[in-house]
Design a protein around this ligand. Sequence first.
Ligand code: MN
Length: 176
Amino acid sequence: MQGKNLRFALLCGALFAAFVQTSWAADPVPAAGHEIRRAGDTPSAKGSDKWFVGNVRQDSIAKADQHNQNGITVVTFEPGARTFWHLHPAGQRLLVTFGKGLVGTADGKVDVVRPGDYVWCPPGVRHWHGATPDTAMSHIALTNTPANGPSTEWFEALTDEEYARFAASAVDPLKK
Ligand code: MN
């Protein structure tokens, strides 16, 4: 009797598992929901000379909206190109995707970054980012947009002298 009950229980369990699996598999995939912006829908833009030194290309991926607080932009710096000094009131994340770049803060610290490196720029920290003198760099910038006000506060240009000095003194993790 106990054996029968056990077999019945196992059978019920197996049937239930099969039912669950089948009903999940049969669930229709929602037709609406995805929103795909295709490559080329948004033209590339040249980085403004009010904010960048040298040739910089900006490809906007997404603007901040009610679902996403990040503006997402692919930024490509030609060799020697860099941002002006600036800060982000709500912070910024950088994911390096190509080349060899530099990130620096107002305390004079400068780091070499390469593809796969991830940089968190905390709110209010004055900084700059760009290519190295001889090699281009691309990064994806995810810039938090505060509830009120712009996501970036811009200051003066990084002079050629400052940039050359920072590039020469940058900490390169591959040359320790
Ligand atoms: Mn920044």
